[in-house]
Design a protein around this ligand. Structure first.
Ligand code: S3P
Length: 447
């Protein structure tokens, strides 16, 4: 993966591609496979740096994890109890790995130390430590509350009733994983529904879990601990959070028509598609089906004149990873796009509100920001481009500005583009197959 990449703007994108497996489902398939009785065969696992950290961690915790061929993995669980890892668990760049594995370790009565890269060490972990401590997990963290930190899991975690202050699938999943070891019912209320892959998989493996929609627009999840989980095979659909890059690139590049196959369209992940359609995007969902309890479709995007959007704050959890690429679409749209209720973006791989506003400004796009909102002023025409963007160890910042740069008036350069390998290792190959052109130092071109 090249470190510095410049775009060569001006090409239409055309064709049919696949993008790699869903990151959230991949992490969960490995983690729940480690707890289940029997063998979990996984097809289509995302083999990116983030997910490989989780694979390594569950192996260190005593599960048998084997790679059979591209995307085909096998996990043999240790339902009788996990092993204590011999070394530090390195979660790399992955917040999902760190937080879910903390829940796993917390409920399993083992002791483990977690660390990660510079970006992950700056991210807040107190959101997971607070509920885990209430369940009896001991945590030794610095005053900052981030990684590195050590957890001593509770041999018999206390069931917890927990009111989540913000919607977070990572926090919810950590509590559920710890709650599996508790004697009694753990109850979590989330203010807005966040992605529900953990709940779906737990149910499929035989856990006693109920979900109730609450009158305030949130959800209550109730899990009774102690159930024996039975391994089930997992076919991982393609990641909508990766599919959005070729799809948005097609919407803004004149003369484009792109189809991405087999994409997960779980409604709790599909907020961006709805928002883009409200902005006038020609997006069509073909061959809709359900597989392994998840909704899937082939998604087609054709070049579209876009108008400004204003997705409601309540939709944020269903598109939380998509704001960087949405703000790129907004830069091409006609009018001012207002993104409200997005304070969580400040706690992602980097502060995504700041990173997008600064990068867009460098590309000639006017923006404004506040603590939990940002605005992007589009002119209904390609922006100037020309920016030199530091990816800041954030794969989605890197890919978003490369997509902008493919249709801007002048090339955009992204430094630190190797971070793309955390979620979408085949990004350049996929985009180039559709007709995108990049200048990379490894091609002998100047970047
Ligand atoms: C994820 C949940 C989201 C998302 C992340 C993946 C998951 O984080 O941003 O990329 O797999 O549970 P939060 O739950 O913290 O919002």
């Amino acid at each position: 993966m090249p470190a510095s990449v410049s775009t060569r703007p001006g090409n239409a994108l055309n064709g049919r591609v696949q993008v790699p497996g869903d990151k959230s489902i991949s992490h969960r398939a490995l983690i729940l496979g480690a707890l289940a009785e029997g063998e979990t065969r996984i097809e289509g696992l995302l083999e990116s740096a983030d997910v490989l950290c989780t694979a390594e961690a569950v192996r260190d915790l005593g599960a048998r994890v084997e790679r059979r061929s591209d995307g085909a993995w096998r996990v043999v669980g240790r339902p009788g109890g996990l092993a204590e890892p011999e070394d530090v668990i390195d979660c790399g760049n992955s917040g999902t790995a760190a937080r879910l594995l903390m829940g796993l370790v917390g409920g399993a009565g083992v002791t483990a130390t977690f660390t990660g890269d510079g970006s992950l060490r700056r991210r807040p972990m107190d959101r997971v430590l607070t509920p885990l401590r209430q369940m009896g997990v001991e945590a030794i963290a610095t005053h900052r509350g981030g990684l590195p930190l050590t957890l001593r899991g509770a041999p018999s975690p206390s069931p917890l009733r927990y009111e989540m202050p913000t919607a977070s699938a990572q926090v919810k999943s950590a509590i559920l994983l710890a709650g599996l070891g508790a004697e009694g019912a753990t109850e979590i209320h989330e203010p807005r529904p966040s992605r529900d892959h953990t709940e779906k998989m737990l149910k499929a493996l035989g856990a006693d879990l109920q979900i109730e929609e609450s009158a305030d627009g949130g959800r209550t999840i109730r899990l009774t601990g102690g159930a024996r989980l039975k391994a089930r095979d997992v076919a991982v659909p393609s990641d909508p959070s990766s599919a959005v890059f070729p799809l948005v690139a097609a919407l803004i590049a004149p003369g484009s028509d792109v189809l991405v196959e087999n994409v997960l369209v779980n409604p709790l992940r599909a907020g961006l598609f709805q928002t883009l359609q409200e902005m006038g995007a020609q997006l069509t969902f073909e061959n809709q089906r359900t597989s392994g309890g998840e909704e899937i479709a082939d998604i087609r995007a054709q070049t579209s004149p876009l108008k400004a959007g204003a997705p409601p704050a309540a939709r944020a959890p269903s598109m939380i990873d998509e704001y960087p690429i949405l703000s790129v679409a907004a830069a091409f749209a006609d009018g001012e796009t207002v993104l409200g209720g997005v304070g969580e973006l400040r706690h992602k791989e980097t502060d995504r509100i700041a990173a997008m506003c600064e990068g867009l400004a460098q590309c000639g796009v006017a923006t404004e920001q506040g603590e939990d909102w940002m605005r992007v002023r589009g002119r209904g025409a390609p922006p100037q481009g020309g920016g030199r963007i530091d990816a800041q160890e954030d794969h989605r910042i890197a890919m978003s500005f490369l997509v902008l740069g493919l249709s801007a008036q002048t090339p955009v350069t992204v430094d630190g583009a190797e971070t793309i390998a955390t979620s979408f290792p085949s990004f350049f190959e996929t985009m180039e197959r559709l007709g995108a052109r990049f200048a990379k130092p490894s091609d002998g071109a100047s970047a």
